[in-house]
Write a protein that binds this ligand. Structure first.
Ligand code: NAD
Length: 442
């Protein structure tokens, strides 16, 4: 079992994982449903298929990615051949969250395995069905000396973090991300922190409003708003605000019917505590739509809040649920004032037909990634890096970048011996002028 040096072994492991994931497709979907009523469609599109796709892509490309990359040699090193070797970090810890508990656990794991690491995965305790199925899938696929899943809550995480890891990949909240970073600093362990934030969604007067409403409702209410890159709140020009609210209501009804509680397509809130927190957000707010909940069912209806106070908890914390605040803005200064109240977001969205305005937003604000005239979908392109900036995270992954994330890039110069240019060696007398001339020339 040479997972470090034998690329074919890594590839075969991933092929085996692909087989096992496909074998358990139905069980995965059921586990996700049992954890928080994730609809089978969303389970497939936003979890299972993402993992299958990632596996296929990695299996197809692993040989190419793992090969030492020849780079243009430096003239100063002549004669030489120069390379980047992708070296596995060694022992990797992956800690994952509950909101997309299957793919956010397995996508980093796939990359870590592809890059030749030994992996310990700690999935979330809040999705017990999915986490124990993950454990089963991994047990059936890998030797436990190569990849294991450990099940437990934050106490287990804390114990794990007392050990020395060669890389830690964490997906979760900003607060816990800071604890991970501190624990990693003890051993100077490199990290990826995939965190969250408040993601603004700007709609200006030139936007195609019906389409904007449809795409915002989709991105906000998929997984009941429990998506790290869901639009957190809307900023809209006053003269189109009422029209946008009407269109949003219409789109919510189109998607989930008159009573979303009865819809098979609307996910539940992950726990009673999370529901309580969300319900407290909408107390004393001006509810433009929805606002009902059912504690027995962990259900909160898709809710629109009109002009919440910027100092309310709703506008200070990441919402991470099906509540959509709408705020109006008149000019760029308003935008700056509102958006800058929060830390750098994980994503940002702008709906506009005005390219210059979209470009200005992209240039003026620092955020992980985002879309013009859509929400969430930047996640889907493997050629785009996925990650935050500032408080929304450190590092990025997806596609080849995932492989690189779990590899140390080792620089190697292979020098030939048939020539040895004497300039660099002491004594230096008479060489300074000459070396300056040569450096100018190259
Ligand atoms: P969380 O930070 O509460 O938990 C994430 C993981 O950390 C879980 O496995 C949990 O057991 C563990 N954990 C909890 N407390 C810990 C502690 N004190 N020490 C060590 N480990 C601990 O996050 P969550 O509630 O599972 O997920 C929601 C958050 O994750 C949101 O903020 C969301 O934005 C973010 N998120 C980010 C991404 C991304 O890709 N950037 C994706 C999904 C979710």
């Amino acid at each position: 079992m040479d997972y470090k040096n034998n690329i074919n072994f890594r590839k075969q492991s991933l092929i085996k994982l692909l087989y096992t994931v496909k074998l358990y497709e139905k069980e995965i979907s059921e586990a996700l449903y049992n954890d928080f009523k994730k609809p089978a469609f969303e389970a497939f599109v936003t979890e299972i298929n993402i993992v299958i796709d990632e596996l296929n892509y990695t299996i197809k490309n692993i040989n190419k990615w793992a090969k030492p990359k020849k780079v243009l040699p430096s003239f100063l090193n002549f004669p030489s051949r120069e390379y980047i070797y992708s070296e596995p970090y060694g022992s990797v810890l992956i800690i994952s969250p509950w909101n997309y508990p299957f793919q956010l656990a397995l996508c980093p794991l796939i990359a870590a395995v592809a890059a030749g690491n030994k992996v310990t995965l700690k999935p979330s305790e809040l999705t017990p069905n999915t986490s124990s199925l993950l454990s089963k899938i991994i047990r059936e696929t890998f030797d436990p000396k190569h990849v294991i899943v450990v099940l437990g809550d934050k106490r287990l995480s804390e114990e794990l973090l007392k050990n020395r890891w060669n890389y830690i990949f964490f997906t979760g909240s900003v607060a816990v991300g800071k604890l991970i970073y501190k624990a990693a600093a003890e051993f100077l362990t490199p990290v990826t922190l995939e965190l969250g934030g408040k993601n603004p969604c700007i709609v200006d007067e030139t936007a195609n409003l019906p389409l904007a409403a449809k795409r915002i409702v989709w991105g906000k209410f998929i997984n009941a708003g429990q998506t790290c890159i869901a639009p957190d709140y809307i900023l809209v020009k006053p003269k189109i605000k009422n029209e946008l609210i009407s269109l949003l209501k219409k789109e919510i009804q189109n998607a989930y019917g008159e009573n979303p509680e009865l819809s098979p397509d609307f996910t539940r809130i992950i726990s009673k505590e999370h529901l309580k927190r969300l319900v407290s957000f909408i107390e004393f707010q001006d509810i433009a739509f929805g606002g009902s909940h059912n504690e027995d069912e962990n259900y909160l209806s898709p809710t629109i809040v009109d002009e919440p106070n910027l100092d309310s908890a709703l506008m200070k914390e990441e919402i991470f649920g099906p509540i959509l605040p709408i705020l109006s803005y008149s000019n760029n200064d308003d935008l700056k004032r509102i958006i800058s109240k929060s830390e750098k977001p994980l994503s940002m969205y702008v709906f506009t037909e005005n390219n210059a305005f979209a470009e200005k937003i992209i240039q003026d604000y620092s955020f992980g990634g985002g879309c013009v005239n859509d929400t969430v979908v930047h996640f889907s392109n493997k050629r785009l890096p996925f990650g935050g900036v500032g408080n929304s995270g450190i590092g990025a992954y997806h596609g080849k970048l995932s492989f690189d994330t779990f590899s140390h890039q080792k620089a190697i110069v292979k020098k030939a011996n048939w020539l040895d240019i004497p300039f660099r060696y002491a004594p230096y007398k008479g060489k300074l002028k000459m070396i300056k001339k040569i450096l100018k020339w190259i």
